[in-house]
Write a protein that binds this ligand. Sequence first.
Ligand SMILES: Nc1ncnc2c1ncn2[C@@H]1O[C@H](COP(=O)(O)OP(=O)(O)O)[C@@H](O)[C@H]1O
Ligand SMILES: [Mg+2]
Length: 470
Amino acid sequence: MRGGTRRDPSRRTDGANVAAFAEYLHTPLLPWQRYVADVAGEIDPDTGSYYYDTVILSTQRQCGKSTLIDTQSTRNALWGPRRYVYYLAQTGKDASEHFKKYLSSLQDSELQAICRRPYLGAGDLRQPYINGSVFRPMSVTKVAGHGVQGDMITLDEAFSLSADTGDAIIDGFLPTTATRFRATGVQPQLWITSTEGTAESTFFNARLDACRAGEASRRTCWFDFGIPEDADPEDLDTIMAYHPAAGLLWDRGQLADFRAQFGQNTAGWARAFGNRRDTGIADRFIPVDLWDATVCEPMPPGAARNAPTAFGMAVDVDATHTSISVAVRGDDGVTRTQVLKVLDGTGDAVAELRRLARTYEAPVCMDSRGPNAPLHDLLSRQDDVELVPLSSADYMAVGQSYLSGLQNGVTLHAADTRLDESAANCARSWAGDSWHVTRRGSTGLTSPIESVMVAAWAVMHTEDADLQIF
Ligand SMILES: Nc1ncnc2c1ncn2[C@@H]1O[C@H](COP(=O)(O)OP(=O)(O)O)[C@@H](O)[C@H]1O
Ligand SMILES: [Mg+2]
């Protein structure tokens, strides 16, 4: 373990019972799973029930995390009559897909004898047991609005939650636990389990960071598996050495296949199999050498004469800034990009664009979603502004297109410290094989680099005829 709670041998533990249920479910506990069950199952001698009210578990993927939760949940549901156990995942689909696997493992188990027939309704999936207890999956979004009471609640893959959503669930659950404890004699438990996320994982990061800083409550136990800070995630031997399910659930040969699936997504790989948080910094997507090698002189105002030209515009998260850039394709086939303005807020953007248009008469291109939406809307209603259409799929390509342009020597950027900073600090988010600049998860401004990207894209992807040439 990278860090976490040590077993207190002076306390009894319920871990052996969890292990017995694991045998029944044909997934006998792996050593790390047993360790977590032993610590999380420690019994407070004063109450005769769980010592810990909260369990925080951070592991790599393909560890057996969700499987451990199922076993633990089964044990919890069967601790006494009429207990309520919930498995919460990001979406209803995630939750129910996982739950159906659990139901089938239950089907093959001797535990059938103590199960009632499961409900399999689309919106009402659950497993009742003959003691009146129920285990059911739910989506986080559903629960966040209404609150949920119960004896054990798990937030699985909690990295996907924002602080607001996660806190809403916990705020609904925690106040009811004292009453449940009194009624049942069993301390309710909250389990928060996840692989590390990104800077956007504001709910999980805050909790994990508090544990690491020694600031968690004494009633919280935590477990943190993963590669050390200075380890190289590309070294598969390192991954093998620190992954607690390596050699147990899969072998090194399979690990190489897992790696191949991630392709160039090195940060995603480090996160999934090293359990390293993707802070974006490690995934600086424009290598500093390439950036330095592709700088050019600022363009004189006349540069746009007789050359295909486009403006790019981008808004930062929470609309704090708006950047306006220009891209000009020269006779040499090289597209030069330059930041023209970084404005506070969005209010002056249209006026500024009109002013700039007197120097470079050109259409403008920008994303139409997120923080860009209001300004995009406004622009689309201006008669004297030509907007280059940019679909969502196009938007997912502008970053790679710009990066390829730099690599192929056909795109340059005029020296600008705001752009340099933006290029250095921006992270990217992947969706399958494509990526876009991470707005909320980046440190510093994203709009300068985004604006040059869309400007360059507009120049490269618009027919010359559509561009203002004068
Ligand atoms: N103790 C175990 N014994 C056998 N197979 C297991 C065990 N724990 C997990 N598995 C299997 O390993 C795979 C990954 O487990 P899962 O719980 O989905 O991992 P995670 O949630 O950490 O990604 C699943 O196919 C699961 O059935
Ligand atoms: Mg899982």
